[in-house]
Design a protein around this ligand. Structure first.
Ligand code: NAD
Length: 349
């Protein structure tokens, strides 16, 4: 076995259907005096429950968030946090709500309690992102890592299947890419492979029974493992391409993964044969890239960038703009052009 150094991140996970009831107690346990609640629109009822349970520690609320954390929105949220003297943020929603909480934590001294309702995995990472002037800045900072994450499958029971499938594609991408980034190691790979197994099993179950709590729980657990893998391994070629596309052409984050991942897996996986074998075992296939494509297609997620509104010219432009990154296969303009033109057309790997 090859040598490695692995950093574990601090944090507490509370998992279980109905655990929304534990949020106020967790906030109190952290010693938070003034909690600002950020809730995605569809999580308003859950935010109401938390608001009442918080009692005197409730300091204010931000309802409604936008994808990719526009700087303007982040500035407003930071001002609101200062105005209400918040020392804690409770983010209820997907990666966008959690992303806004992280934007506040980057500049204000606040502790985050995350209550994810999608499978983005952002709640387990110290990675932040903010969009301005047609570009997305991202960074890593322990101040933005949620102190407590509360996973309650009841909250994701009503997540529409289209959003579910795209969000699972996002989490699957964390697991797959975690095996080939420059910081990949054996411990992370264990989380990634198990995360992939849970995510694909859960996805297949919810496609048949969308409100099944067991399957929703399996997906949240898979998303948690995917987030752990992302936090440890960081991002590589695949995520960097997705961030470029999302930030420059405003493509929807989760869906972009479904179109790009099979194409990146096609070129990268053969260069990491042992990890490829483990991921394929989890998916019960001997063709990782092809199976990922089929999985997303069967779940109804668009597998082409064309379907997301990108033009072929923009795909080529993005490929040329992309700055080379460490990758098991050298990143050249030819390689990124091949990946993005195939992803644009939705060519089966
Ligand atoms: P999102 O948070 O925008 O949610 C997607 C949609 O689902 C929204 O319309 C939302 O209102 C809806 N929704 C959320 N929960 C729902 C529920 N329970 N029922 C019904 N509808 C619900 O999108 P996302 O895919 O969760 O997150 C994407 C964002 O997260 C991107 O900005 C991405 O860059 C970021 N992200 C960050 C990290 C990180 O580590 N920093 C990791 C992954 C993703």
């Amino acid at each position: 076995m090859e040598g490695f150094a692995h950093d574990f991140l601090p944090g507490r996970v509370v998992f279980g259907a109905g655990s929304l009831d534990q949020v106020a107690g967790e906030v109190e346990g952290l010693g938070v005096r003034r909690a600002l609640v950020i809730a995605t629109r569809s999580a308003r009822d859950a935010a109401d429950v938390v608001e009442i349970a918080l009692g005197n520690s409730f300091a204010g609320r931000i309802d409604g968030v936008t994808q990719h954390v526009p700087t303007e929105l982040a500035d407003q949220a930071r001002a609101k946090a200062r105005e209400v003297d918040a020392d804690g943020i409770i983010a209820i929603g997907g990666g966008s709500a959690i992303g806004l909480a992280k934007a506040i934590a980057l500049t204000n001294a606040v502790m985050i309690v995350a209550v994810p309702t999608t499978y983005s995995g952002s709640e387990m990472t110290p990675v932040w992102g903010e969009t301005a002037g047609g570009g997305k800045a991202t960074g890593r900072d322990l101040r933005v890592l949620p102190r407590v994450v509360v996973y309650d499958a009841v909250l994701s029971q009503g997540l529409p299947l289209g959003v579910t499938a795209a969000s699972v594609a996002n989490a699957v991408a964390h697991c797959v890419e975690a095996v080939w980034t420059p910081r990949a190691d054996s411990i992370t790979e264990t989380f990634a492979v198990e995360g992939l197994r849970k995510l694909t099993a859960g996805l297949q179950s919810v496609l048949v029974a969308p409100t099944d709590l067991e399957a929703r729980g399996e997906l949240l657990y898979g998303a948690c493992l995917a987030g752990v893998a992302l936090a440890a391994a960081g991002t590589g070629l695949h995520h960097k391409l997705c961030h470029l596309l999302g930030g420059t052409y405003n493509l929807p984050h989760a869906e972009t993964h479904a179109a790009v991942l099979p194409q990146v897996a096609r070129v990268n996986a053969p260069a990491v044969p042992e990890a490829k074998r483990r991921l394929e075992e989890a998916l019960q296939t001997d063709d990782l890239a092809g199976r990922l494509f089929e999985l997303f297609e069967a779940a109804g997620v668009p597998t082409s960038l064309r379907a997301l509104g990108l033009t072929e010219q923009q795909a080529v432009e993005a490929a040329q703009k992309f700055e080379p990154t460490d990758n098991p296969v050298p990143v050249t303009v030819e390689l990124t052009t091949e990946i993005l033109t195939r992803a644009w057309a939705g060519t089966r790997p």
